[in-house]
Design a protein around this ligand. Structure first.
Ligand SMILES: Cc1ncc(COP(=O)(O)O)c(C=O)c1O
Length: 453
């Protein structure tokens, strides 16, 4: 039955009502942000009600150039005007050839020099599936090493290596997933915090893998995020990443780094692996590489290319517009120094957030890298754990998100308990916009904390 249209209500309200009636109960962002964007430009989104918002969600980190950047629009228009076929499975096109060139130019040179790319179905999760499958094929093994707090997507293999127990699934091929502790100084899995927690994580990993009675058969791969995003914006220390690289290399375990959210300058390096200088065996890419259109790929060392034709196929692997928009985005980010900009503006924003922590006791922790920032909200009246971390306050986080929206700021939550405010503004954010974001955020946190039930 089609819902009746309420002609008296503003258009946005009617759309929201129809969405509630017609779309699935699994709606997510639509619940957090009951708005109907009608126009968007850069960091600004305009709702059907005429209200304007500063967008710090950026399509979950996708829009590194913000909405409708002229360079992206120009690439799309040029492609459309040129009459290129828009959908071509994985058949060669000039746009795909150019995107591949732009991607290989942007990748760490030593990695790119001996890399192969496989275009996947257009979502990060499919590229995660491809990476796991590739390494299963290459090693003849089935299991995987994955980390607490990890998020890798919503298809079976990606869910298997994701941390959240609410959505777990088994690994295809019957492989076991061994869960390892990801370093998280504020809520340290070892209860010690700081650098020591990361050292213990590395020592535990190494000893577990070498223990003949440790219960872990040789895995097909280790998969990790250099900065966990959905897990609550938790950057891994560079030393820890280097140790993971050594541990995996010494034992012939391919290392997959999931750069779906961290790629294309987000963390203040073109790729998050560049902070530590490690060279993974495979990188999983999506979100920003499509320049705001759907695109996903796995890039890997050519010696792992033991796939048969059709080993990881899919209809939508040749999105011409995404290739054009993505190539333009990769080149623009590099040419305009936006990676450096992400680093400097991100550091300035992080410093101001850390300053807020001084007089807002509900801010338990501020962390992040580049323009991937997280603010963990806590209950100051709660009992601290052995590292001094206070209990997470997800209810407060929801109130802060609402208060942000009322003030014209789009900020989503993440983290183990859904209590981390996640800032993912475009790399094109101006100094004035960064100040406005922080002013509004501070005001929202203060107001929501005052309104504590
Ligand atoms: C690190 C990481 N990997 C994989 C994914 C899954 O990507 P998608 O939602 O495009 O399937 C995400 C999505 O947020 C992610 O953050």
């Amino acid at each position: 039955m089609s819902p009746t249209v309420d002609t008296a209500a503003p258009a946005g309200d009617a759309i929201l009502r129809r969405q509630r009636i017609r779309e699935s109960a699994a709606r997510t962002y639509a619940r957090s942000f009951p708005i109907v964007p009608v126009r968007a430009n850069g960091m600004t989104v305009e709702g059907a009600d005429g209200r304007r918002y500063l967008d710090c969600l950026s399509g979950a980190g996708t829009l590194v150039l913000g909405h409708n950047h002229p360079v992206v629009l120009e690439a799309i228009r040029r492609t459309l005007d040129g009459g290129a076929p828009l959908h071509l499975l994985d058949i060669a096109t000039a746009e795909k050839d150019d995107f591949t060139t732009a991607l290989f130019e942007a990748l760490p040179p030593a990695f790119a020099a001996r890399a192969r790319v496989h275009f996947c179905g257009p979502a990060g999760t499919d590229a995660v599936e491809a990476a796991l499958k590739l390494m299963q094929t290459a090693t003849g093994r089935s299991g995987a090493l994955a980390f607490t707090g990890a998020y890798h997507g919503m298809t079976a293999g990606a869910l298997a290596v994701t941390g959240s127990v609410a959505v777990k699934a088994p690994l295809p091929g019957g492989g076991e997933v061994t869960r390892l502790p990801y370093p998280y100084p504020y809520r340290c899995p070892f209860g010690v915090g700081g650098e020591r927690g990361a050292e213990l994580s590395a020592a535990y990993t190494e000893r577990l893998l070498d223990d003949p009675a440790g219960g872990v058969t040789a895995p097909a791969a280790m998969i990790l995020e250099a900065v966990q995003g959905e897990g609550g914006v938790v950057p891994a220390p560079d030393d820890w990443l280097r140790t993971m690289r050594r541990i995996t290399a010494d034992r012939g375990i391919p290392l997959i780094v999931d750069e779906v959210q961290t790629g294309v300058g987000r963390t203040g390096a073109m790729w998050a692996v560049e902070h530590s200088g490690i060279e993974p065996d495979a990188m999983v890419l999506s979100k920003a590489i499509g320049g705001s259109l759907p695109l996903a790929a796995v890039v890997y060392r050519e010696d792992y290319d033991g796939w048969r034709p059709g080993a990881h196929t899919g209809t939508f692997r040749g999105n011409t517009l995404a290739m054009a928009a993505g190539a333009a985005t990769l080149r623009y980010v590099a040419a305009q120094g936006l990676v450096e900009r992400s680093r400097t503006v991100g550091a300035r924003m992080a410093a101001r957030l850390a300053g807020l922590q001084g007089h807002l006791p509900v801010i338990g922790d501020v962390r992040g890298r580049g323009l991937m920032l997280g603010v963990e909200l806590v209950d100051p009246a709660g009992t601290p754990d052995s590292c001094g971390a206070l209990p997470a306050d997800p209810a407060l986080a929801v109130r802060v998100r609402e208060a942000c929206l009322q003030r014209g700021l789009i900020v989503e939550l993440g983290g183990r308990h859904g209590a981390v405010l996640r800032l993912l503004p475009p790399l094109t954010i101006t100094d004035e916009q960064a100040d406005a974001v922080l002013d509004q955020l501070a005001d929202a946190v203060e107001a929501a904390a005052r309104a504590q039930p």
